[in-house]
Design a protein around this ligand. Structure first.
Ligand code: GTB
Length: 217
């Protein structure tokens, strides 16, 4: 059955892989599932046809036969449950992998998004300079905790899983801030994720859309 996802017709990052379709592409590449991409403009995202797929008018969405999903956590979990390669076989290890997906989305991503918003949307506010250290501290606090848990392991719980896919995707948003550099094991963890052939294919495919050059990954 054909899988179709949606992505930005014009990504604000010009293809740096930060838009959330990248994590869905990565998951599909990890499990070897082909997919089609439908590009959506910012205007079309808020129109009825897209809102029927995504009530909040965002990308990505995921369609497979008569199934339509939104929210990258739900989409990646769906892919991981239907195909081998993203979650271990044992019930407990599987539950732990899913726990890391939730941790990435519910505990680590929120302060990172707060920082991105503080910089991009609120940087010109008179109170921004005073607030910024607080926002950065919240990110550092999470990174310190995550770094302590990861230690010198390659992945968060044994073999690479959907939990790592989601955590690396979330951490990548920090790259331009330089904050990750203070946590060498997390920087190396992100680099390991990016070095995976499936990630490289996913990244190359989205980049090609915005540069017009064919994917090389
Ligand atoms: N919780 C949802 C999920 O995980 O699926 C969040 C989805 C979401 O935020 N989608 C964004 C969107 O559609 C794109 S990814 N935004 C348009 C809108 O809300 O109107 C967020 C994003 C966008 C651009 C960059 N960038 O260019 O750097 C990075 C991240």
């Amino acid at each position: 059955m054909t899988i179709t996802i949606t992505a930005f017709e014009r990504s604000p990052d010009g293809g740096k892989g930060l838009a959330r379709d990248t994590r869905v592409r990565w998951a599909l590449e990890e499990v070897g599932q082909a997919y089609a991409v439908r590009l959506v403009s910012f205007r079309a995202m808020k129109e009825a046809a897209h809102l029927a797929l995504h009530p909040f008018g965002q990308i990505p969405t995921y369609e497979e036969g008569d199934l339509a999903l939104f929210e990258t956590g739900a989409i990646v979990l769906h892919i991981a449950e239907r195909h081998a390669g993203l979650l271990p076989d044992g019930a407990n290890a599987r539950a732990r992998g899913i726990t890391w997906m939730f941790a990435a989305l519910n505990t680590v991503e929120p302060p990172i998004l707060e920082l991105a918003n503080a910089r991009l949307l609120e940087g010109d506010k008179p109170w921004s300079k005073e607030r910024m250290p607080l926002v950065e501290d919240r990110v550092r606090n999470r990174l310190k905790q995550l770094s302590a848990r990861l230690g010198d392991a390659d992945w968060l719980d044994g073999a690479f899983s959907a939990g790592d896919l989601m955590m690396v995707s979330v951490l990548l948003r920090l790259r331009s801030s330089g904050i990750l550099d203070g946590y060498p094991n997390l920087s190396a963890y992100v680099a390991r994720g990016e070095a995976r052939p499936a990630y490289r294919r996913a990244f190359a495919a989205q980049l090609a859309l915005y540069t017009g050059k064919p994917p090389t990954g």
